[in-house]
Design a protein around this ligand. Sequence first.
Ligand SMILES: [Zn+2]
Length: 693
Amino acid sequence: MRALFFLVLLVSINAFAQSNLHVDFIQADADLSLSVSEKSISGDVIYQVEILQRTDTVYLDAIDMNIKPCEDEQANYSVSSSNKKIFFTGDFQKGKTYSFCINYEATPQQAMYFVPTTSKKIGQVWTQGQGKYTSHWFPSLDDQNQKMIFNLAIEAPSDYYVLSNGVLQNKAESNERIKWTYTMKKPMSSYLLALALGDFTSQEIESSSGIPIQLFLDKKYETNMEPTYRHTKEIFDFLEEEIGVAYPWEDFKQVAVKDFLYAGMENTGLTIFSEQFVTDSVGFKDLNYLNVNAHELAHQWFGNMVTATKSEHHWLHEGFATYYALLAEREILGEEYFYFQLYQWAEALKAESDKGKGEALLKSNASSLTYYQKGAWALHILREKVGPSNFKEAVKNYLEKYAYKNVETEDFLIEVEEVSKMDLIDFRLDWLRQVAFPADQALKSLRKSVFIPPLLELISLRETDLLTKKDHLSKFMTYPVDDFHASEAVSQLQNLDSPEAIRLYMKAFASKSWRVRQSIAKTLNTIPNKLLESYEGLLEDESYLTKENALLHLWGNVPSKRSVYLEKIKGDFGFYDKELRMLWLMLTLATQDFEPENTTSYFRELSGYTKKTYPVEVRENAFNYLYQLDTFTPDNYKDLISSCFHYKWAYAKFSRALLEELLKDRTHELNISELKNELLTKEKEYLSNLMKD
Ligand SMILES: [Zn+2]
């Protein structure tokens, strides 16, 4: 009878519970506990809900959770659940506010990740709501039109630093566990709810407007704090000023985590970003956090404060974040950078459009090129059309009018029309509804800059022979050079060794621009004798990318001096992904007369980088170099097989492709089959399937 009753109950609930339209969630107060060993989270949550129209059912999204009602004898509702939802049933009156309390336990299969690291014994735990659904770890509403205030208290082992949205109110320690209490004052959509735990160190700064900004890194990266977060205060101050609306939350925190799913995520008041952007001052030049830092921060207004109602308006998040990040970068990196980016985006958009793959900005589930870069271009054109001050005023009005609410594209455009007194019908057609990219308008806009016309002129010479264009190229390599123009000129020398080419290369070497010299390192891979001495100088440049390219090309071009080159780069590790170190290890192992006594330890080092405690960026590099050396240890094979199941899809795909490649070789195949008994069941099954083919 019990089962039957349950069935009837579910049927009756489903009829009513398809939407929460009659309900406004106000607040969620949670008292949670995290078990790192069990990879689970549990606790009590109290929801405050206002009833807009009489109803008998209110629901929450909750994926595969154990749900119990709280022990509350006064409850005027009952609680039931499926593997996707929690239902509160009762007679809920219009205009009244109700409190619902549940106890839950979840072992999330996605949206919350437990990640091993090389630091102490503890790893990291972090969440990703957007695209992965917060309802896997916290009973909430996946619909981004429902906003509420989240106040989370989270208890965790005391060696973890615990971060969440909002202001840290309290830390209470007992039995080697600490409870961290965070509170918020303004509502947000649940995809912006976040947790991040790890062995973090921090630095606190403050914006000019007085907002506390806390910057976090894993303790082992303590010395990278300044270069990693360089310009953070400038970006923050610039965005507050440029947007014209105060930062909409009480405080701002940022944390880098290992094996993050994306470049960064703009959780409210808490940007979580990939550790691949952790850098020292040398690496900063080639790969830094600047753009992602500004992009995620811009979302605090565009996306978090005003949130699109649905996917077709998603450009209101990504187009704005991309464009305002570019405006912030213009402040720091200059006009040339600004126009070069716009130019490159226009090229990419035009290429897709010419292939017939253009998308309207208002398409739902469009590509990121559409939402991000086409969105940014639409804003750039609109800003030029109505003028920067009208644009700024309209953005301000739009943000203030819809603060903490949901928006559609028209809400923004109406504000722009009101301020500018302009009719934007053509803009709507060309930039929002048209599938093709309006390349003519983009080009016309770009041509107004000082930077673009000479660049286009240079690019038009790509197919011209060197004798005809040599004077022209030479002009762009004359000190002081424009980095972007001169780099393009260098790339047009195309490894030529004629006297004209040599003369131009010499001029480029002497340009004093590290970026131009890097362009030589990247594009000149057959080194003429006359340029050897200058080329060797690239090994001294303060750029890991330049060093990587120079080392590889010198090692290949001049076998007699391999030991000299390897000695020069010894001890350099390069970026977070250890690319330079691993290239050096591989070349060292392939150079018989260089430190033969250390061959074993160098191989052990390279082979050790496939362990799961290393970031996927490092592991992927290590697998690539081991493949080139054609040497895998049993541990490397096992690491590769387990990597085929990694939650980072691109890394899993890489691992699967490499494993399939290895299995084509009889020796690798035999080595791998010998390991079968040491594998997990799912790994064994996967391997058996592969070997059948
Ligand atoms: Zn974004």
